[in-house]
Design a protein around this ligand. Structure first.
Ligand code: ZN
Length: 294
């Protein structure tokens, strides 16, 4: 049924959904978790005449079931919604049972699970730690920042945590996560499953060093210079990419990137080294250039 007996479409208009997401702190109003569904609270959908944002809440599966079973009352859920909208509330999402060969994909560039995916000014965006625990063989931790250096979301041992005050909007549609900034720009977009995270939009900045992803392109750089990658692979590096500030020195698996025409590498492979790409700070040790290895 696409319409109820009042002629109301089941489809909730996007502007209404956006109001609901914000009022619910971008997660289940009771526990803050995602994924969630939009649920008409006091007025059942089949008799509703309009999609009233004040009467719609985000509920996870567990709390939706408790509401349907009348364990959780509408009043209690509305209280929870008021509480979340009045706070700088947290949204949480826990990854479960991820594989130990988990991939991080930045645009069209693939990084295999080995220690630090990308370091920016000595802070890892994503760190992958292998454990002896069969239930959680791999733990992901890190931070995503926006283009002004503010935190978008933190990841601690497979749990993503975003704070509502920093966001203009945050949507989860199937396994696609999109964080929008208060100015309407996309701060971060990725799809996530138990085998990979695929980042399609990001502009992570810290102390003038940046990592940017736009569709298939990955760019790393600082105030002085930048390097771009397409369809490249980083395999079993301790750190796939490390970007510092204040220097134009680039190395790729011990190759001097300043000698690559156009500053863009396509379909290259870095493997079995400490750092796939290294954009050094002035006071950091230099990696010896070896152009012949390309
Ligand atoms: Zn819940």
């Amino acid at each position: 049924m696409t319409q109820n007996r009042q002629g109301l479409s089941r489809h909730i208009p996007e502007p209404t959904k956006k109001l609901v997401r914000k009022a619910c702190g971008y997660g289940c109003v009771v526990c803050g978790s995602i994924p969630y569904d939009y649920d008409h609270l006091k007025t059942e959908f089949n008799v509703a005449e309009e999609h009233d944002p004040d009467d719609i809440v985000l509920l996870c599966d567990k709390h939706h079931r408790q509401k349907t079973a009348r364990i959780l009352s509408a009043e209690r859920i509305l209280d929870a919604k008021r509480h979340r909208s009045s706070l700088d509330s947290e949204t949480r999402f826990k990854l479960e049972l991820i594989r130990d060969d988990f991939l991080t994909i930045w645009g069209s560039n693939v990084i295999t699970a080995s220690n630090n995916s990308i370091m920016v000014d000595d802070e890892p965006i994503l760190t992958l730690t292998k454990t002896d625990n069969d239930l959680e063989p791999l733990l992901i931790s890190g931070h995503f920042r926006d283009k002004t250096g503010n935190l978008i979301c933190a990841i601690k041992e497979n749990e993503f945590v975003a704070r509502s005050a920093q966001l203009g909007d945050f949507t989860v549609i199937s396994n696609r996560f999109t964080y929008s900034m208060p100015d309407g720009s996309t701060g971060l977009a990725f799809t996530l499953d138990d085998q990979k995270i695929h980042i399609s939009s990001a502009f992570h900045t810290k102390s003038d060093a940046h990592v940017a992803v736009n569709d298939d392109l990955l760019q790393v750089g600082n105030l002085f210079s930048a390097m771009r990658f397409r369809r490249s692979r980083f395999l079993q590096n301790q750190t796939a990419i490390s970007v510092g500030t204040c220097c134009d020195q680039f190395s790729f698996d011990h190759v001097d990137l300043s000698r690559i025409a156009g500053g863009e590498m396509v379909e290259c492979v870095a493997s079995h080294s400490a750092v796939g790409v290294f954009v050094a700070g002035r006071d950091r040790p230099k990696i010896t250039s070896n152009y012949d290895r390309l």
